[in-house]
Design a protein around this ligand. Sequence first.
Ligand code: ATP
Ligand code: MG
Length: 228
Amino acid sequence: MQTMVQADNLVKVWNPGPAQTIAVDHATFSVQTGTFTVITGKSGCGKSTLLSLLAGLESADEGTIIIDGRILERSEKQRAGVRRESVGLVHQFFQLIPELTIRENLQIPFDLNGLPLDEFFVKELIRQLELEGLEDRYPHQLSGGQQQRAAIVRALAIQPAVVLADEPTGNLDRLSAQKVMKLFRQVQRRLGITVIMVTHDLDLARQADRILYMEDGRISGFGEQDAA
Ligand SMILES: Nc1ncnc2c1ncn2[C@@H]1O[C@H](COP(=O)(O)OP(=O)(O)OP(=O)(O)O)[C@@H](O)[C@H]1O
Ligand SMILES: [Mg+2]
């Protein structure tokens, strides 16, 4: 099996100094290509910080990350390049561009990569996450759950090598959360997309191939499972 993500001894300190927070504390792990991993742990244990390092949004203070065969460098530009080409990111707080409609938001990753939008695939994602008819609305004209689902469609639309999803079901009811899970499973199995998802929901976590537990910035354990 190939490795999609290799993280070695990652450290991220917020506000270095007397009031610092060691959000990620010597985290080492790898994620195999085409697998579904869940990251779980208490609020504040460093899950979002870890994802932002993997996505190259922040640079680690120590340690190395190799993602889709490329090392993430100090240069923000280099990291943005890797993110653009290999990563689909679902933020914990969606981060849809408020001035753009859903349709225009979905177009962004394609514009950044200079690729044509795959109409058929995007339509299928929209259908599965029940966003049909909402494409020309602005984010503020959608419910929280609809915005969250739109952010998921945006992350998957480009068929990235790896999807990093930060509590993508945080605003959804059980049925909608299960639909999101099913969609991630599908893209993972059919398209070989590697999925890394942060969740507090143990029911959802149990459906992943592997669970990575975090505690106070550290990776405190791994759970392999035979997912259904
Ligand atoms: N930009 C920031 N500046 C300073 N401290 C931060 C920043 N982002 C996060 N932190 C701190 O780092 C720690 C880890 O935060 P993080 O957001 O990674 O946790 P989390 O596991 O995602 O929590 P949650 O489950 O509540 O989303 C927390 O103590 C938080 O207060
Ligand atoms: Mg978080």
